[in-house]
Design a protein around this ligand. Structure first.
Ligand SMILES: Cc1ncc(COP(=O)(O)O)c(C=O)c1O
Length: 435
């Protein structure tokens, strides 16, 4: 890098749209495993993983070599014109990895939002119905349909309407702030039964094509539902012929300690979307669904110029290999346990921590002004992520109220990196508490 940080910032301000924003004024020079270096050689421990994309770690040598080798052979023919083997191999891998025994088929696109768009297209085509139900606090991307299904107004929707019609929302099982004012387990998970009332009051089953669910809402705040929740929702969908779409764009590819989060609850989705860590940074997304549903669409009805790009497919095949060879699901679970115990310890020291929750190495920490009122503390959340950045730790926040710290580190994070990261985080809490 020959430019200076100041010069790049000036050029960025001049030539890049303000809406296309970055969290930090830090220009990356190199990233490896769970570490990132900026142009001034500052080193950061990465607890953000490019927003849950780098589960196998930055620039893993096997992914790099798969992409390099493919680039030397060919970079694009468009799978819709001239196909190649890696896409077929990857489809087989995905169809046999997504939970459930029903035979599956796949299609590929470039981004998570595109996978969501395609999943909805397919669901509508198959059911001949139009309505889509999503969660309050859900995030499904920035395209028209993606943001219509997303329920955080700022920054995702404000000023971008009108939104796509026939999208509806029910509350998620946000147990820390139960939307029904109940407590688990005495609640009997009534929040799931609510779907049935909703089908009477808002959108009749006869016109409802699909229910799209993030297993654990990413932008919404990393809430973990009670074990009965998804099996109950799925049963209601089945009863009314409504397709259940699991949006595993963020939770897939090992993020929760299993390859896909739905495995935790033994739920077979009708359609699953995945992206992010699928190809370790190469743009690739997939829609994997029951064969009968996927095959209902006529040839050419779904696809795109770059879907199933050969570099991205080779990278994704290498990701599957690395997860298996390096035992990353087990490593991820162990990482999650360490993280959880470190955070639980912080919870005993800092009253600002209202809730620590997670599944495997996907963990959220909700910050509140006080534990009784549970008033969200977004300013303190920002102060903590700022402190961490200034001291060499990349950490992002999420949550409807912007008050949840979210942990998405690569699964290859070493014990030493984890300890150092937790030390910085603990100091950040200490610095905030002393203000
Ligand atoms: C659950 C979920 N769905 C969809 C998307 C959209 O993915 P992309 O940003 O690749 O379009 C995201 C991205 O954060 C996501 O987490």
């Amino acid at each position: 890098m020959t430019d200076t940080k100041e010069n790049l910032t000036q050029l960025r301000e001049k030539y890049l749209a303000s809406g296309f924003a970055s969290a930090r004024p830090c220009y990356v020079k190199k990233a490896q495993g769970a570490l990132v270096w900026d142009m001034d050689d500052n080193e950061y421990i990465d607890f953000a993983g490019g927003i849950a994309v780098m589960n196998v770690g930055h620039s893993h040598p096997e992914i790099v070599s798969a992409v390099k080798n493919q680039a030397e052979n060919f970079m694009h023919t468009c799978f819709m014109v001239l196909p190649y083997d890696s896409t077929i191999e990857l489809a087989k891998k995905l169809c046999t990895s997504v939970p459930g025994n029903t035979p599956k088929k796949a299609m590929f696109a470039n981004s998570g939002a595109e996978a969501v768009e395609n999943a909805i297209k397919i669901a509508r085509y198959y059911t001949k119905r139009t309505g889509i139900i999503a969660f309050e606090g859900g995030f499904h991307g920035r395209t028209l349909l993606g943001m219509s299904l997303t329920s955080k107004a700022k920054p995702y929707k404000l000023g971008f309407g009108p939104f796509a019609p026939e999208t509806y929302r029910i509350p998620y099982a946000y147990c820390y702030r139960c939307p029904f004012g109940k407590e688990y387990p005495s609640c009997d998970v009534k929040c799931a039964d609510h779907l049935e009332d909703f089908l009477i009051s808002h959108t009749a089953p006869e016109t409802t094509a699909a229910f799209i669910a993030e297993p654990i809402p990413g932008e919404g705040g990393y809430m973990v539902p009670p074990p009965e929740y998804f099996p109950k929702l799925k049963a209601i969908c089945e009863k009314y012929g409504i397709l259940f779409i699991a949006d595993e764009i963020q939770t897939g590819m090992g993020r929760t300690g299993s390859l896909f989060a739905m495995e935790h609850w033994g739920v077979e989705a009708d359609i699953t979307t995945t992206a992010k860590s699928l190809a370790a940074g190469m743009p690739l997304s997939a829609v994997v669904g029951k064969a009968e549903i996927m095959d209902s669409v006529h040839p050419g009805g779904i696809g795109g110029t770059y879907g199933a790009n050969p570099l991205a497919c080779k990278a994704a095949l290498a990701v599957f290999d690395v997860i298996e060879k390096e035992n990353l699901l087990e490593k991820g679970k162990a990482l999650g346990e360490k993280l959880m115990s470190g955070l639980k310890e912080l919870e005993t020291k800092f009253d600002i921590i209202g809730d620590v929750r997670g599944m495997g190495p996907l963990v959220g920490v909700e910050l509140v002004k006080d534990r009784k009122s549970k008033q969200p503390a977004p300013e303190a959340t920002k102060a903590i992520t700022d402190y961490c950045f200034e001291h060499g730790l990349l950490l992002l926040s999420c949550g409807t109220y912007g008050n949840v710290l979210r942990f998405m580190m690569p699964l290859v994070t070493t014990d030493q990196q984890m300890e150092k990261g937790m030390e910085i985080l603990s100091d950040a809490f200490g610095a905030i508490a002393n203000k």
